[in-house]
Design a protein around this ligand. Structure first.
Ligand SMILES: [Cu+2]
Length: 131
């Protein structure tokens, strides 16, 4: 005599495709008040950036490359490097020092810019190789 075998009924949970795709990037793009966009307009010395100086101390700054060649913006003290910004691209946002700062283009060292505290408080005095 043989006992009938068990028949395991497997639950097929076929529709458990947990596709966790497409979480949007969490860019701190609090548009409007706090973020300042500086346009890169070309290799033109201290008119390479617009506005320059930007009134942006203590605020977020992004660089938008409106030129036809790549640029690479760095703070003059080399503490921050935005990396290469291709034509038409916008850099990551970065919080500027509350007392202002000076920056330049790594690829075109004559391109210089500054961040002022306010309309009436100018940027810190530029010192070093990129002034
Ligand atoms: Cu450049």
């Amino acid at each position: 005599m043989q006992s009938s075998g068990f028949r395991k009924a497997a639950l097929s949970l076929g529709a458990l495709l947990a596709l966790s795709c497409g979480s949007s990037p969490a860019a701190p793009s609090t548009s409007g008040g706090n973020q300042v966009t500086v346009s890169i307009v070309g290799d033109r010395g201290n008119t390479s950036f617009s506005p320059n100086p930007a009134v942006a101390a203590g605020r977020m700054v992004v660089f938008r490359n409106n030129d036809s060649v790549a640029h690479r913006v760095r703070l003059n003290d080399l503490s921050v490097d935005w990396g290469t910004i291709q034509p038409g691209a916008t850099s990551a946002p970065l919080l500027m020092p509350s007392d202002g700062t000076n920056y330049h283009c790594q690829l075109h060292p004559t391109m210089i810019g500054a961040v002022a505290v306010s309309d009436t408080v100018p940027p810190p005095t530029c010192r070093g190789d990129y002034c």
